[in-house]
Design a protein around this ligand. Structure first.
Ligand SMILES: Nc1ncnc2c1ncn2[C@@H]1O[C@H](COP(=O)(O)OP(=O)(O)O)[C@@H](O)[C@H]1O
Ligand SMILES: [Mg+2]
Length: 196
């Protein structure tokens, strides 16, 4: 099958494509539908059946990805081993993610920012690490929603439209993330000069 990638999506490499579990899938729309059903099942598990006190851990981050994509990809819940044009080097994923989760746990306890701000900073840094071969956007949005819900707030609307396919809301969302990346890049450069 030939994969179509929406703007800002991470293309899969051939090994990852070989990890598709449902053998009957031959078109992109079948895959989209299958993934959406898999994610719906994960959301039911996430919001209806369990209490997730220790969700800001590597273990839970992987578990949620497994729940979201485990019926679809054999590599669900495993960190990526290949480079991407966004995301840190594969060997830095565990350290950077641990730092991020530790920072967010601290920010929640100490109320370092308003909760919404903690949530969108978390989402941005999580997609910037880009831990998985695919599904990082959907996974980071669900992790962020869980953070809000655990704190007693409503989920973000994420623009009220589906962000998975092409459309004006996805375009704005990707542009906002890109601009944020440029600012972080510039600030890091200014702070660390040539040695960064
Ligand atoms: N320039 C960017 N800066 C930061 N994050 C980005 C950028 N472009 C895309 N993203 C994030 O990466 C996601 C795409 O990665 P991918 O692993 O394909 O996730 P998904 O399969 O859920 O769409 C986007 O939904 C967005 O969250
Ligand atoms: Mg993708």
């Amino acid at each position: 099958m030939k994969f179509e990638y929406a703007h800002g999506a991470t293309p899969l490499d051939p090994d990852e494509i070989a990890g598709l579990i449902p053998l009957h899938i031959t078109t992109q729309s079948q895959l989209n539908e299958w993934e959406a059903a898999n994610i719906l099942k994960a959301e039911n598990w996430l919001f209806l059946h369990s209490n997730h006190r220790n969700f800001l851990t590597i273990e839970f981050t992987k578990l949620l990805h497994t729940k979201m994509f485990g019926d679809t990809w054999i590599w669900a819940g495993q960190f990526r081993t290949t480079e991407r044009n966004i995301g840190v080097s594969p060997f830095k994923i565990t350290t950077d993610l641990n730092n991020l989760l530790e920072d967010v746990r601290y920010q929640i306890i100490h109320k370092s920012f308003p909760l919404d701000e903690i949530a969108y900073r978390f989402h941005h840094r999580l997609v910037a690490v880009h831990p998985f071969p695919n599904g990082n956007g959907r996974h980071a949005r669900l992790m962020t929603d869980l953070l809000l819900i655990q704190a007693g707030q409503a989920r973000f609307t994420w623009g009220k439209q589906k962000l998975e396919g092409e459309g004006p809301i996805r375009k704005q969302y990707i542009e906002a993330l890109t601009n944020c990346m440029i600012v972080i890049f510039a600030l890091t450069y200014l702070k660390n000069g040539k040695n960064w």
